[in-house]
Structure formats: structure tokens, C-alpha cells
Design a protein around this ligand. Structure first.
Ligand code: BGC
Length: 745
């Protein structure tokens, strides 16, 4: 497509029309210039194509992002993307509306099942891999919801008040990693405002950060209905309003150009990016056969196996071996909850429950135990369940959150399982000591009942084949290998944003700032139920020989290697996590931050080596006073870990980076001025004058006079010195000192 030529042949009205959808799921075509429409469909964990008569076509539902993130496996996400790309080709869909890379600020966010993690590196890397997979198939993606759509409550009107540092280090970083590693063809901006400006009209977000800083070269569309002022949006860097609103929006946009409110080049730029999208999609399009849903079902089972997390396994209760009498209890054994509600809901052709899957593996007895459409203890169901549990060697309880408790469009209000499920567990525990719990939920729950369960397997919303995958893990066909992509707190009240979620009226303050997820619990030395990165295996792993490519760091890429040995009896995979712990003290920083990870498969007795690269960002923080990334010089500890609370090996490294000093002013403190090499000499006379003067204060200030005076001087702004130097230092002299110090920078 000769984009420049087409653009030059388009009328103003045609260009304006390109910036709005043709309907709910298509962009506008310009047939006489050979520009086709592009069809877009949800995503993210299966294809949700809505056809002409409003029906959702049948497709395969894969585990949702909350689960796949626990695989810590970019290859898995890439192959998921690849499969979805093939499906989209077969259905003539040009762009999949996903992945969703919002950070899990609170476990209560109703849409957490669609999001990857509380950690931006993991979230961004998973999203980037997914994007590469889909786009490898010649189909576009729409990375969403940019940015800070961290709650469903008032998501269309709320303004998220977030510091620049928390945005850069946490909320934007997830998108940044995805944009830089995946190069999505489109991006979907969020409904909400950020610091008072709608994402869809936020020039800083859509242009300065996204394009200028990160190099995004695709088109930005709104979330469905997230356009408030179309002209302001296009001016800020928005290309496409979705879905189609009204003809008036086209007219207003064209009129804005006619009247000079919007420069024509800005509309041209938006239109050019839309043409580029049409070009990318049409060049990537192939006439595909129908996709193989049977094969995809097997892949969905495999992905679910790789995503599950074994949270607890006392006395090796799992895997189930030998001829045991087994009771499967709980409605989810028969009809698992395998996906969440809302725009990502897939119309599945097939599902596999654990009850069906277990038939080919072992005889089991089954009792439903509870219903999922209401939270009501049903005595007959409980009695039936207790009876089969009593007679068994092991009871496997399938518990979780019903649809109603967790969905797009609203947030959860608590983190508990329905009472009827907890009551059932308690009754079973009276007659059966061996209880394994399988959980179907999209986000963490609290587990006051944990001591009653010997084993807990977190299956998340594991896609349509989740039942098969659960049976594979329960009976040891494979070892579980997922690790938590989020912290499970002990109580809802412990969560970082408790008290500030979901905000007051149309404003939510991110008071916890950068301390999200494990960054919060670690900083406050809090106990948690299960830490970020936790996940058990049927085997054991030993870490050894942590080595760094250098013991000093001054920029660029370095590598870290660690050997891992499978010291148990079963083939299994291990996820090695690399955290960096700053031992510097100039800025408030998290105790540790995930800076790399790798997964390896090992046979019993086998040793393998993982190599993980670290770059500048592994050490950097966002300095608001510099409006940029900064690596504090000093000591850092590299931690090779099996979880954020299971650090196996450490090694020190010294960052020999250049400290950055900002120019001092009359308002700078003495300490900040003194930090600049050479400033002590410039300030020598001032210090001497202060000493004499404050020393005369004598005992009247108490025993700590010396310390008090020293602390006071350190934090005294230069302008205040004139008041404490007994007339010996004038403001003019101080101004000269400031100039002299600034010469040293
Ligand atoms: C959701 C998006 C989705 C879009 C289209 C919106 O309500 O927030 O994630 O892609 O609808 O269905």
C-alpha cells in the first residue's frame, strides 16, 4: 500500500472518518483507494469474534492471564499468541484486543483474572511474548488498557492520582516492557483519567511517553466508549475512537481542521497510522482453513498444567499414588469455573471437567457439596459429601469463586470463599484428615481454613481443559511448576492500597506509591499467606554456583548464571527468579525487585545452568527531580531465588555509575549542597560562621546540643543560613556560594 499517496488522495472528510470505527468491530474502509476495513475482536485468552448477527463464534478458551503468568514462560505465551493468531486468520480477524497488561494493584480488582501480575517486569514480558506470537501470524494485537485501569469501580470516570515515580516504575513499566519487546500494532487506552486527564486525551501518555520515549509506532484506539472529546484525543495522539459513536464525531473532527483548532498535519498523522494498520493487517492476511479446535484443546490443557501453582503439600499428600479410595467433592469438579465474565468471555465448543478427565485414570466417588448460583449451605449436599469423604483415603475438594463474585465491571468487596464452601470443608475435615483443595478463582483469596487442607493446588481460571490439567497434576502425570505472579496476603486489610481502594468518588489516590505487591509486604516485613514467586514441585531443586559476569557495574548488559540441580525423583521444571536488592541509601527503595527469571526442565539428578541478562533498568529508579532513570552508585545484592521469600544464593555487585547532582539553589539544603564533590571547600567559611554562632547557644538546648545543631545545619536551606550566622554571612555571599558550587557540577 502506498500510504503517502493514498493519504494525498483522501478528502478531509475521508481522513476524519478514518479516526472512528465503522461499527463496533471494524475500522472504516476506503474502497475507491483500495483501503480495506480491519476487523477487531476480543481477546485475550481465546477468540471472541462477534459475527454479523451478533453471535459469538465458537472458539477455544485458554487459561486466563492470571494463570499463564504463573508459568513465567515467555515461550508458552508466544505459542499461545501464535495459536490465537492462527485462529484470528481463520476467522478473518485482523486485530486481537489483548493482551491486558495492567498491574494488580489490589487483589480486589474484578478484572485481575485478565491481568498478569503485580510485578511490571513479569507482566510486561508475558504481554510482549504474547504480542510476538500473535503478530508472527500476521495478525495485530491491542495492548490494553493503557494505563492505570487498576479497578473496575467507576472505571469510566475515576481519576487515578499517581506519582510520576510510581507510574514509571510500576504502572507504565508493564506497558513499556511489552511495547519494547513486542511492538504491538495497536494499543488501547483506558477509560480512566490519570492525574486528572482522560487517558484518551492525555498527550503526555499517548505521545511523550508512548511514542517519544518508547518508540511505539502503531495506532492508539480507545477502549469501548472511552472517548470524551474526540478532537482533544486526536490532538493528544489518539488515532481511533471505538466503537463507532455517531456521524457528528466525524464532522466535528473535520470542522476542527477547517477552523484551525486542529492542525491538518495532526489529522494526517493519525490517518497515516490507520492506513499503516490496514496495510499491516492486509499484508499479513492469509486464507486459512478452519482452525483445529481439537488440537487447541490439547494445547489449552498443556498450558493449564504449566500455569497451576501447588501452594501447599504437607507430607507429600500429592501426587496421588497407588490404589487409593478417592472422593471428588465440590461443584467445580463437575463444572469448573475456567474463565471470567465480561468482554473476554469465550463461547467454548468443549470443556473438560476433572470428573470426566479422572475416569481414564482412577475410580472416584463424587458429591457436589454446594451450588454456585447462591451462597447457601444445602444440608443434603453436605451430608452426601461427608459420607463419601468418610469412606475415602483422600478427599479432593474443588472450591473457588463463582462467576458472581468476580467479573469485569465490578470489584470484589472481600477475599473470602463463599461461606457454603468453607462450611463444607469444615464438615469434611471432621471425618477426613487427608484433604487436597483445588482452587478455581481469578485472584487471591484468604484461607482461614488452610490448616485443614494438607495440599492446595491453585488452578486459577485455567481455560476449557482445566479439568484434564488438574487431573494430570493431582495424579503426578506431571509435576506442578507454576509460581505465583502475585502475593496471597493473610488478610485483605494487609494489602498495600487498603483504605485507598477503590477511592472516594471520582478520585483514587495511589498512596502506597511504588510499594505494590511484594514490594509492600517486604518493605514492611509483613507475613503473607503465600509470597510472590512461591510454588511447590513434586521434586526438589538445589541452587549452586551463582556467578556474575562482573563484580562492578557501570552500564550496558551483564549476565548472571546459576546452576540448578534436580535433587528429587521426578522430571520437573523450575523457575529461577533473580531479584536485585539495593543497599544504597539515597532514596526510598523496595527491599528487592524482580529483574529477571528463567525456567528450566531437569531430569532427576540432572544439573542445568540458567543465564539471565541484567541491564540498566535492573538497578535504576525513576528520579522525579531529574525526570529520568538513575542508577545510584553503590552496593547491590543479586539474589537467585526460588520465591521472593526463598532466596537461595546471593552475590554483591558495586555500581560504579556517575552520581547526578542537580544544580543547587538558595532553597537547597546544606546536605544536598555538601554532597557535591568540592562543595565542602566552598562552604568552609559558612560552616565556620555557623559553628561559632550556634555554639554560643550553650547548654540551654540540652545535652544533645551538638547532634541537634548538626542535624539542623544538614537540613537547613542555604537561604536560612543568613539568619543563623550571627550577621557573618550575607545573602549576597550565599548567592555567590551557590554559583560557585554549581560550577563544580
Ligand atoms: C473492555 C475491553 C474490551 C472492549 C471490547 C471494553 O469494555 O474494557 O477490554 O476489549 O470492551 O469488547
Amino acid at each position: 500500500m502506498d500510504i503517502k499517496k493514498i493519504l494525498s488522495q483522501m478528502t478531509l472528510e475521508e481522513k476524519a472518518a478514518m479516526c472512528q470505527g465503522a461499527d463496533a468491530w471494524h475500522t472504516v474502509a476506503v474502497p475507491h483507494l483500495g483501503v480495506p476495513a480491519v476487523m477487531v475482536s476480543d481477546g485475550p485468552h481465546g477468540l471472541r469474534k462477534i459475527n454479523e448477527n451478533g453471535n459469538v463464534v465458537k472458539a477455544v478458551c485458554f487459561p486466563t492471564a492470571a494463570g499463564t503468568a504463573c508459568s513465567f514462560d515467555e515461550e508458552l505465551l508466544e505459542s499461545l499468541g501464535d495459536i490465537l493468531g492462527q485462529s484470528a486468520q481463520a476467522e478473518n480477524v485482523g486485530v486481537i484486543l489483548g493482551p491486558a497488561a495492567n498491574i494488580k494493584r489490589s487483589p480486589l480488582c474484578g478484572r485481575n483474572f485478565e491481568y498478569f501480575s503485580e510485578d511490571p517486569l513479569l507482566s510486561g514480558r508475558m504481554a510482549g511474548a504474547y504480542i510476538r506470537g500473535v503478530q508472527h501470524q500476521g495478525v495485530g494485537t491491542s495492548l490494553k488498557h493503557y494505563a492505570a485501569n487498576n479497578q473496575e469501580t467507576r472505571r469510566q470516570s475515576i481519576s487515578a492520582s499517581i506519582s510520576p515515580r510510581a507510574l514509571r516504575e510500576i504502572y507504565l513499566a508493564s506497558f513499556e516492557h511489552a511495547v519494547k519487546s513486542g511492538h504491538p500494532w495497536t494499543l488501547m487506552c483506558s477509560y480512566n483519567k490519570i492525574n486528572g486527564t482522560y487517558a484518551s486525551e492525555n498527550e503526555w501518555l499517548l505521545t511523550d511517553v508512548l511514542r517519544d520515549d518508547w518508540g511505539f509506532d502503531g495506532a492508539v484506539m480507545t477502549d469501548w466508549g472511552a472517548c470524551s472529546d474526540h478532537v482533544a484525543g486526536v490532538a493528544a495522539g489518539l488515532e481511533l475512537e471505538m466503537p463507532r459513536a455517531c456521524d457528528e464525531d466525524d464532522e466535528v473532527l473535520a470542522d476542527a481542521v477547517r477552523t484551525g483548532r486542529l492542525p491538518e498535519q495532526v489529522l494526517d498523522r493519525a490517518c497515516e497510522r490507520m492506513l499503516q494498520l490496514a496495510d499491516r493487517v492486509s499484508s499479513g492476511h492469509r486464507e486459512e482453513e478452519e482452525f483445529d479446535k481439537g488440537l487447541q484443546h490439547h494445547q489449552a490443557r498443556k498450558f493449564a498444567r504449566e500455569s497451576m501453582v501447588l501452594l501447599k503439600n504437607d507430607n507429600n499428600l500429592l501426587p496421588i499414588r497407588g490404589n487409593k479410595k478417592i472422593a471428588f467433592i465440590g461443584k467445580f469438579a463437575e463444572s469448573p469455573r475456567f474463565q471470567g465474565g465480561g468482554s473476554s468471555h469465550i463461547n467454548t465448543a468443549e470443556t473438560l471437567s476433572a470428573l470426566e478427565a479422572v475416569r481414564s485414570v482412577s475410580p472416584v466417588k463424587y458429591a457436589r457439596g454446594f451450588e454456585t448460583d447462591r451462597d447457601e449451605i444445602i444440608p443434603e449436599l453436605v451430608d452426601e459429601a461427608v459420607a463419601i469423604a468418610k469412606d475415602a483415603d483422600l478427599a479432593v475438594l474443588f472450591l473457588g469463586l463463582p462467576d458472581l463474585l468476580e467479573s469485569e465491571s465490578y470489584d470484589r468487596t472481600h477475599m473470602s470463599l463463599p461461606q457454603c464452601q468453607v462450611a463444607l470443608l469444615e464438615e469434611i475435615a471432621k471425618v477426613q484428615q487427608n484433604i487436597a483443595v483445588v482452587l478455581h478463582n481469578g485472584a487471591p483469596i484468604v484461607m482461614p481454613w488452610l490448616d485443614k487442607a494438607g495440599a492446595v493446588l491453585e488452578a486459577y481460571l485455567g481455560g476449557q481443559a482445566v479439568g484434564g490439567a488438574v487431573v494430570d497434576v493431582l495424579f503426578g502425570a506431571v509435576s506442578p511448576c507454576g509460581k505465583l505472579a502475585e502475593t496471597f496476603p493473610l488478610r485483605m486489610e494487609d494489602t498495600p492500597c487498603h483504605g485507598f481502594f477503590p477511592g472516594d468518588g471520582d478520585r483514587v489516590t495511589y498512596a502506597e506509591d511504588i510499594y505494590v505487591g511484594y514490594r509492600w509486604y517486604d518493605k514492611r516485613h509483613m507475613d503473607v499467606l503465600f509470597p510472590f514467586g512461591h510454588g511447590l514441585s513434586y521434586t526438589t531443586f538445589e541452587y549452586s554456583n551463582l556467578r556474575l559476569s562482573a563484580d562492578t557495574y557501570s552500564g550496558g548488559e551483564m549476565t548472571v548464571q546459576v546452576d540448578v540441580t534436580n535433587t528429587g525423583k521426578m522430571y520437573a521444571k523450575e523457575i529461577v527468579q533473580l531479584y536485585v536488592r539495593p543497599e544504597t541509601n539515597g532514596f526510598s527503595r523496595p527491599v528487592r525487585e524482580l529483574r529477571g527469571f528463567a525456567k528450566l526442565a531437569l531430569a532427576p539428578g540432572e544439573t542445568g545452568t540458567v543465564t539471565i541478562a541484567l541491564d540498566e533498568r535492573a538497578f535504576a529508579l525513576w528520579r522525579e527531580d531529574m525526570d529520568g532513570w538513575y542508577i545510584e552508585p553503590g552496593r547491590y545484592v543479586i539474589e537467585a531465588a526460588a520465591s521472593s521469600r526463598d532466596i537461595r544464593l546471593t552475590a554483591d555487585i558495586t555500581a560504579q555509575t556517575k552520581p547526578v547532582y542537580l544544580p543547587v539553589t538558595m532553597d537547597s539544603t546544606m546536605a544536598d549542597a555538601m554532597a557535591i564533590p568540592g562543595a565542602d571547600k566552598v562552604l568552609a567559611d559558612v560552616c565556620a560562621a555557623l559553628d561559632i554562632c550556634m555554639g554560643a547557644g550553650g547548654d540551654s538546648l540540652g545535652d544533645s546540643t551538638g547532634e541537634m545543631a548538626a542535624a539542623m545545619f544538614r537540613e537547613m536551606p542555604l537561604h536560612a543560613i543568613a539568619s543563623f550566622a550571627g550577621g557573618k554571612v550575607t545573602r549576597t555571599q550565599l548567592k555567590a556560594v551557590v554559583d560557585e558550587i554549581n560550577q563544580l557540577i
